[in-house]
Each structure stands twice: as C-alpha cells, then as structure tokens.
Design a protein around this ligand. Structure first.
Ligand SMILES: [Zn+2]
Length: 661
C-alpha cells in the first residue's frame, strides 16, 4: 500500500473562499496529496471558544473551498482547534460563556480553558459537533487539548468543585481538594485514593469521547484523536484499551489516531531516540489495525523553523514504525498563500515516491525489537511519590535508557524483550514482581534509581547489591568513573565523567558481584563502586550503573559508548539484538513480525558518515536482500552490506538513513 498524505491547513474568514479554493486545487495537483485536513479557529486565528454563530460562519465559508478540493478526488477532514482549549495567550471566556474553568492542584483557576465536566459547556460542544458532522467529512478530529495537563498557565488540572464532588460521589468520601491532592501524592506506597481519582478522571473523559463518537457516527463521520506524550497521559489515568473502545464503539473498526512524536522545530540529534521511542510507545498502546497517522507538525512555520532535511527524516521515521497516514503541516494557519514559498509543494512532490516505497517496505505488522525499555500506561498509578503535594512528580521522566543506548548504537524497543531489558528511573515502580523476576532471569541493565527501587522491593539477592543509598558530591567528592576491567571498557584505566551528576547510587555489592569500574575523586582516590555486574541464582545477568539514565546524553563519550556496548554483549550473550558501530550518533532500528525483518541505520550527526559501519544484525534476522540509502532529497541509492560491514554508496549526511530489507 502506498502512503496516505494528509495536508493540514487553515483558511481564515477574511480570505476569499473561492480564491483560496483555486490555490488548494493547485496544491493538490502539484503535491498529489490524498486528503486535506482543514482547521477552524486554530493558533493565530483563535480567539477563545467560538460562539455557535461564528462556528456556522466557518462551516459555510469553508464549503466553497471544500467542494472545490473534493472535486479533485481527495478526502476532507476537519480539525476544530479546541475542545477545552489549549492555553491562555490572553484569551478569555466570552459573554454568555458562564462555564466552569480548569482548576490546578493549588486552586489556581484557568481564565479560559474549561472543565470537561461543566454541563453547559458540554451542551455547547455537542452542538458544534452536530454542525460539523452534518458536513461531508471523513474524520472530525479531537485535538489533544482534551487532556488535563499543559493548559498554560496551569500545569495540571482539574481539581475544581465539580471534579471533587464527582470523586466524593464515587467513593462516599467528603474530601476537600487539598486533602485529595495530599493523599494522592503522599510519599511511599500510593494511597488508595490515587487510583480512584485517576479512574474518575479517566472514566469521565471516556464518557465524553464515547458520547462525541455517537454524535458524529450518527452522520457517518469517524472521530479522530490526537495524543500528547503518553507519560503525561499516564498521569491522567488513561487506559488505552478503554479509549480505543470508546473511539470505535466497541467494534473492530480501526481507531483513528494522530500521535505526537517529534519536535515542532528543528530538534537536536539528542532528541532523536526519544522521538523514535514516542512512536514505538504509540504502536505498543494501539490495537494492531489502528488508523495511525503520526503528526508532522512544523509550527511555527517555514524553512527557518524546520529544515526540509529534518521533515523528510520525520516522515520517514513515521512510515518505518507503522504509520498508515501522515498528517503533515507544511502551510501556515494565517492565510498566507502556498505560493509564497513554492519550495514546500516541490519538497512534498519530490519526496512522495520514496515515502510510498517506505510505506510498502514497512508493513504495519512489524514491531520494533532490541533492548527492551518497557512502556507502562500504569506508571503514574504505581510510582512512589517523594514529596506530598507534588502532582507533576507523578509524571515519570520519559527519557532514559533508550536515548543512551540508541546513542551508543544499540537498537531498542518500548516492548519488553525476552532476552535483555533496561530499566530506569521511578518508572521501575510500574512493573509487577512477576515481570521483574522474569526479566531478572535473563539480562537486565539497571540505572541508579531502578537499582534503589529494586532493593526497596526486596530484590537484593537477584541484583547483587544491598543497602542502597544516594550520595551527593557534598557527601562524597566523586568526579569520574575509572574502568578497571577491560571486558567492560574501551581499555583498562579509561575514565568516564560523573562530574555533572547531582547524586550517585551506592550500595554494598554481594560477595559474588563484580565491581568493574570505580568511582574516583578528583585526586584519584577510590570512593566507591561504579558499574557492578552480577550473575544471579535464576541464571540471569544484571548490571547496575551508579548514575541515573534520564539526564540526557550530552555526557556521552566514546568510553561510555563502548562500555555500554560491551555491557550489553555480556547481558545478551546470544546477540539477539541488533547494533551498529562506526560513528557518534549512528542509530539503528530493527523490526519484525516474526517472518519479515527490516533494519534501518540512521545518521543524525552533523558529521557525514563515509566509511563502512560495523552492523550486527539481530540473531534471527537473515542477511538483507536489498540495502538502500536515502538522502535528504529523497533520492535512493544501492549501498552494500557484506560480512557485517555496511558501506554507504556516498557520504550519509545528517538525518539520512540506510534501509536493510
Ligand atoms: Zn473540573
């Protein structure tokens, strides 16, 4: 199947609709777009919640250009820009909009973003949906402002009297907002109220989605959903299987979903592995048949904001990880003409053959394989808080091993691996004892926080460390890691900086544990253990770092990269996973559905790769039959893979890749 490109755009009420229609027809003919998604009152043209009369104006105005576009054979969908509304930006409720607005944990009230429980706002929003659904749209999109986080100036909501009353009704309590926040964020084992509160949030959101689906499906239109970062949604209590049921009315229809995954601006290479992980989390959370259209957003607009080179990489990455559609923003929302920057249409036209080839080469049955960095939607329900009242701390840091390991040339997956997994940070609370025991019987990499949590949970005998604690540089003047075992280092004596770590984990290694690096002071005193490796009674291999894996990869150096690669060779002695070596920021991906295998080697480094790279395929992957290099202009060249060496056909520049199929 070729891909399906949806162009997202907005034509304001101030524009001549017929003139806009002619420009849209030209754009369809030039780019070969399959669908147009029109926005109403989006971004610069948003003045808060639009009154019904104004909504009617948008609908009527758009009929002219929608009809002209549809006559070209493309599909048409609609994205009204607000449900609750994204953020303030000086906007206010209008006269007659006497709606309850969102309330933060500390009682602060949003001036304009509304509480989803307000019955009068719900009536208003139902009425807008009925108007939209009477038009000829394939999909009506619910934007990702149907969320409870990130409604600036509020970080978290909604703790308004309606929500508090609903919680009390369900639980038979008579709690205040302050008591609820205190109990839900109480340190240690989660208080039972947290689960009940998150269930209440999730259930009441699901009622809305189910109700909205019924409104639009009654007129033959599908409801689509944009999602934000899934770690944030986890702290809203979202359980995705329920969301897909609500989106599809409990049928086997594919849910229509648009995951966020990549920066809106040109992002640094350090963020690349996180973008891949977001896409992978989305696939892990979706049913296999999802109508999966990752968002390729470039706000704010234009070539100064995001390069074509990076947009091409973003679209390619989406298609490699199971996108059936691409929802692409190339044109602005303010009414400027596509012809103002004709290079954008040329870019899309030029890219199309390779995008179609990628869609055919990467069927959505493929799933990523590599070191497992397992995603859990339940993480915020289970995490142990440290400070009462700190609601944002229920969002576990999402960056972690996948960025470190990807940067070190290791393929990762957001599904658990049967062979080797890497656990980091407070997210370790998400996994059950059974899951942990099973993983600890294979190979497991632990960061400082994961090890500390496993000791607290009684896993000392399986990880080889006891009496774990954290120390700061004020308590222990650590400076760098000194490698003492060449099996786990680029060479004996290699140093790796720890100078920027706010704290380190220190435990007491059990007698059978091996300390393979030491923590040193600036004057080369040995202060404690560094990397510790251990073979446990289950036959599993466990490695623990004294440092935390969520601090970003700015501290990556070749000594760390080689240490991690050798460590994974030890944790995964059968070499089940794939990896690559040759240059900084060469990142591999491997996928399979059990029969078909695919690999990708990316260069996300500003330095080009011209020399052969050493690529180790996953154990079960046959040698590729085709090796195709793709450049940023979307040209394809035959590269070569022989005896573990991948040789580019020509220098591979930043944001370019080679596909092994
Ligand atoms: Zn509320």
């Amino acid at each position: 199947m070729p891909t399906h490109i949806t162009l997202r755009m907005q034509i304001g009420l101030n524009q001549n609709a017929e003139d806009a229609g002619h420009r849209i027809v030209d754009l369809i003919r030039t780019t070969g777009a399959d669908e147009l998604m029109f926005f109403y009152f989006g971004e610069e043209l948003n003045d808060g919640h639009e009154p019904i009369e104004r909504v009617r104006q948008w609908i009527e105005h758009s009929r002219v250009y929608r009809k002209m576009a549809a006559a070209e054979g493309v599909q048409i969908s609609l994205n009204p820009w607000h449900t609750l509304l994204h953020c303030e930006r000086g906007r206010r409720l209008k006269p007659g909009q006497n709606w309850r607005t969102l309330v933060a944990p500390d009682g602060q009230t949003s001036p304009v973003c509304v509480c989803p429980l307000d019955p009068r706002w719900r009536d208003y929003f139902d009425a807008t949906l009925r108007l939209y659904a009477a038009e000829d749209f394939r999909v009506i999109w619910i934007d990702d402002d149907i969320r409870l986080h990130n409604h600036t100036p509020l970080a978290w909501s909604c703790f308004c009297p309606l929500h508090v009353a609903e919680f009390n009704r369900r639980t038979g309590q008579n709690a205040t907002r302050e008591q609820i926040v205190e109990h839900c964020t109480a340190p240690g084992e989660p208080h039972p109220w947290r689960e009940r509160w998150l269930d209440m949030w999730d259930d009441t959101q699901l009622e809305l989605i189910d109700h909205w689906r019924q409104i639009v499906e009654a007129r033959g239109v599908r409801l689509g959903l944009m999602t934000s970062c899934l770690e944030n949604h986890a702290a809203e209590g979202r359980r995705w299987e329920k969301w897909w049921r609500a989106m599809t009315g409990d049928t086997n229809k594919p849910p229509v979903v648009r995951p966020y995954f990549w920066g809106y601006n040109d992002m640094p290479n350090q963020a690349f592995c996180q973008a891949l992980a977001f896409l992978d989390e989305a696939r892990v959370s979706q049913p296999p048949n999802a109508d999966n259209g990752p968002e390729v957003e470039c706000y704010t607009y234009g070539r100064w904001n995001k390069s074509f080179r990076q947009i091409h990489a973003q679209m390619s990455a989406g298609l490699m990880q199971g996108a059936t559609h691409l929802n692409v923003s190339l044109f602005d929302f303010m009414g400027n003409h596509p012809d103002d920057e004709p290079q954008r249409a040329v870019f899309l036209k030029r890219s199309r053959p390779t995008l179609d080839w990628l869609a055919e080469t990467f069927p959505m049955s493929l799933r990523s394989v590599g070191v497992g960095c397992p995603f859990s939607q339940d993480v915020s329900r289970r995490v142990h808080a440290e400070k009462s009242g700190d609601w944002p701390a229920l969002v576990c840091p999402f960056d972690g091993w996948f960025s470190w390991l990807g940067a070190a040339g290791q393929a990762i997956s957001r599904s658990a691996s049967e062979h080797v997994n890497a656990l980091h940070g407070p997210a370790t609370w998400a996994y059950s004892d059974e899951e942990l025991r099973q993983w600890l019987s294979r190979g497991v990499l632990l960061d400082a926080i994961a090890a500390h949590i496993l000791i607290e949970r009684g896993f000392e005998p399986l990880i080889g460390l006891k009496n774990g604690r954290f120390v700061t540089q004020a308590q222990m003047r650590y400076s760098f890691e000194h490698c003492i075992d060449e099996r786990f280092a680029i060479r004996k004596g290699a140093a790796v900086t720890l100078n920027h770590n706010a704290r380190l984990f220190q435990g007491e290694p059990l007698p059978a544990a091996r300390v393979v690096s030491e923590v040193h002071s600036p004057t080369h005193e040995t202060l404690g253990h560094g990397l510790v490796v251990f073979e446990n009674e289950l036959g599993g291999r466990v490695a623990t770092t004294p440092w935390e894996a969520h601090h970003g990869t700015g501290l990556m150096i070749v000594q760390r990269a080689v240490q991690l690669a050798k460590l994974l060779d030890w944790l995964d002695p059968q070499s089940t996973r794939g990896c690559v070596e040759g240059q900084a920021w060469v990142v591999p991906q491997f996928m399979t559905d059990g029969k078909t295998w695919r690999g990708v080697v990316w260069n996300v480094n500003p330095d080009a790769v011209a020399e052969p790279m050493r690529v180790r395929l996953p154990r079960d992957m046959p040698a590729p039959r085709s090796v195709t290099q793709v450049d940023a202009l979307s040209n394809r060249f035959n590269a070569a893979y022989r005896d573990g060496l991948l040789t580019p056909a020509r220098p591979m520049h930043q944001w370019e890749y080679i596909v092994l199929a």
